[in-house]
Design a protein around this ligand. Structure first.
Ligand SMILES: [Mn+2]
Length: 355
């Protein structure tokens, strides 16, 4: 198991050495921020990014994410050229000794929260999702809502360039059903996965956040059944998943311990996040500790140890605490507290099993 943090590159407010100062950190996951979906990532660019991390004594544990072009997701006529580019990027990553690629197959909204600065009773701030807010809103207004709360940071997936293309994108997905989207994913995986097998790259699809339909857009990574369907459609160890507990677990019907046991060695990447249910389809992202949220984080970590999880693990969104100014969800302080807590759970579970 490799432990890390998500890092947003040179523009991140957090320097790599601060991650390095959190004991037990092996490295970071990151992405080439200058790349648009569909671009080929050149070997030189990947190598430069990787070396910028290694010179600080950390490893690049994987890529989060290599974005999938909308032509592939929507199944447009020109998708094959973009798939070829994706395959070339995978080959180039492998040539740089990078073997984990997180991606998602979600139309338009990669993630959605309705309040990025929800004030907790202790004066800390959390991200909150409330379905009631979304229901009375046009999809295009969601961009406005999110972009008005970013602390001046560019949020991945919510770039203004995307908003400009928004109506075009909505039209692109207008007639795409869930079955179409699933078929388009399988079409993509049938071409990509054989190359991944050849060069030893593990693909890890990220779940929907929130894990139910919003704005009538199709969603195919909502729950365990969706994940099983994807894994079975292209049955290869390279066709795996990112288990993002705060995304998948936002549906209280999903049993995350069961998900870990069912998917086992197909889980290549873990995002550990805790949330507190505030009502029907309404939740806040809490601190990582079990006592602050609705998940039993001990049970999750124990399940990961029990199935012999051997991939990359990182704390996911934290609260904003101690007046830190950072990208919502991605400050250092609360993620470092979460990291240390999770590391402690892991040590206790492993040692108790040795005795
Ligand atoms: Mn996640």
């Amino acid at each position: 198991m490799k432990w890390g943090f998500r890092w947003y590159g040179e523009k991140d407010s957090i320097p790599l050495k601060h991650f390095k100062q959190v004991p037990g950190t092996d490295g970071v996951v990151g992405t080439l921020l200058n790349k648009l979906p569909g671009d080929v990532w050149e070997i030189d660019e990947i190598r430069m990014f990787k070396e910028s991390i290694e010179k600080e004594g950390l490893q690049l544990l994987g890529i989060e994410s290599v974005a999938v072009h909308d032509a592939i997701k929507a199944g447009s006529k020109d998708r094959d050229a973009y798939i070829e580019n994706y395959i070339q990027t995978i080959r180039n990553l492998a040539a740089c000794d990078i073997h984990l690629v997180c991606y998602s197959f979600k139309p338009i909204f990669g993630w959605a929260k309705t309040n990025l600065h929800y004030e907790n009773p202790d004066g800390s701030y959390s991200l909150v999702f409330d379905q009631a807010v979304v229901e009375h809103m046009k999809a295009s207004d969601m961009f406005q809502l999110v972009n008005s709360q970013t602390n001046g940071f560019k949020l991945p997936g919510w770039e203004e360039e995307r908003l400009k293309k928004f109506h075009e994108l909505m039209a692109m997905y207008e007639h795409v059903t869930e079955d179409d989207l699933f078929d388009n994913l399988v079409y993509f995986l049938k071409r990509v996965i054989p190359v991944c097998e050849e060069v030893d790259v593990k693909m890890a699809i990220h779940p929907d956040d929130p894990p139910w339909q919003i704005f009538n857009l199709p969603r195919i990574t909502k729950n365990l059944a969706d994940y099983k369907r994807i894994i079975e459609a292209v049955n290869s160890p390279c066709n795996g998943v990112t288990l993002c507990t705060g995304s998948l677990g936002a549906n209280p019907d999903t049993n995350l311990v069961e998900v870990i046991h069912e998917l086992k060695d197909r889980i290549h990447f873990i995002h550990l996040r805790n949330i507190e249910f505030l009502g029907e389809r309404r939740f806040r992202e809490s601190a990582h500790l079990s006592i602050d949220g609705s998940f039993d984080m001990y049970a999750l970590m124990k399940a990961l140890v029990d199935v012999g999880f051997d991939g990359v693990i990182r704390p996911d969104h934290g609260r904003s605490i101690w007046d830190e100014v950072a990208m919502p969800g991605y400050g250092l302080y609360d993620r470092a507290l979460g990291f240390t807590y999770l590391k402690g759970l892991h040590e206790a579970i492993v040692k108790s099993q040795e005795r």
